[in-house]
Design a protein around this ligand. Structure first.
Ligand SMILES: [Zn+2]
Length: 270
């Protein structure tokens, strides 16, 4: 599944090719994504210049001035820049054409979305309740500490809640909790102020490192420049259940939490 670092990498990969360019056409081959692509989307964007592109959580926002195209990559979506004349592959459902080149959207499982948003996109129902961006100064230890009071859920679920903070997917939750020395199954409300400091620091670290490496491994991600986005990163716990902890050598424990693989060290994580 494309996570925040892949979406950020996609944004950085596509932006130089499309921002400032005029969209000439929108070709929809398959409108049935998670929600149907609006019938008038082509009409909204054709002939308009793309003024900017940004990311909010795992959503991409293409700013056309009079409105935004809101894109989510879902479980298996990818965006790449292609020559507009290049024949589409089977799962290439949308082309946003800019003259001779196109921003092409492929999505085998079709859980992504392409929507049109008028007005302030941050107040759109998909974005309005999102928590702070983890890599900005709004995501602080004070913030996390305050939000975690009275939260009886496990700390792993807590940090994966996009209303608390966006973009902490399963891999990043496992890794940052190991680095911070916090057991994923502990109650969020039991976090100390000091632990929140460590956790915030380590969440920022694992996400930034992944962005720097151009995204983590995942099946269907294609880099914004058309190169496969496979960057196997050095993971300390994720995918290493029953293997020795890199710190103390004891076997790592693997459990399911909310149907997600959770790996941690019973000795190093308190
Ligand atoms: Zn250990």
């Amino acid at each position: 599944m494309p996570e925040l670092p892949e979406v950020e990498t996609t944004l950085r990969g596509i932006s130089p090719h499309v921002v400032g360019h005029k969209a000439t056409e929108l070709i929809v081959r398959q409108p049935r994504l998670r929600w149907p692509i609006p019938d008038d989307l082509a009409q909204q964007v054709a002939g308009h210049r793309l003024r900017g592109a940004r990311r909010r959580g795992k959503y991409l926002l293409l700013d056309f001035g009079h409105g935004h195209v809101l894109i989510h990559l879902g479980m298996s979506g990818s965006l790449r820049i292609v020559k507009a004349a290049e024949p589409p592959l089977f799962h290439d459902h949308v082309d946003l054409v800019f003259g001779k080149q196109a921003l092409r959207y492929g999505d085998p499982r079709r859980f992504g979305c392409w929507l049109w948003v008028e007005g302030d996109p941050d107040t759109h129902k998909l974005l309005a309740d999102l928590g702070p961006e983890p890599l900005t100064d709004t995501f602080t230890a004070d913030y996390l500490y305050e939000r975690s009071r009275k939260r009886s859920q496990a700390v792993k679920q807590f940090i994966m809640d996009s209303k608390v903070v966006v973009g902490v997917g399963n891999i990043y939750a496992n890794e940052s909790l190991f680095m911070a020395g916090i057991k994923p199954i502990r109650k969020a409300s039991a976090l100390t102020r000091k632990e929140c400091e460590q956790l915030v620091r380590d969440i920022k670290f694992v996400l930034q490192r992944s962005i720097d490496q151009g995204g983590t491994t995942l099946r269907d991600f294609v880099g914004g420049d058309g190169k496969p986005g496979y960057f196997k990163q050095q993971l300390l716990v994720y995918g290493r259940g029953n293997q020795p902890c890199m710190t103390c050598k004891k076997p790592l424990k693997e459990v399911r939490m909310n149907d997600r693989t959770t790996v941690y060290c019973v000795a190093c994580q308190k």
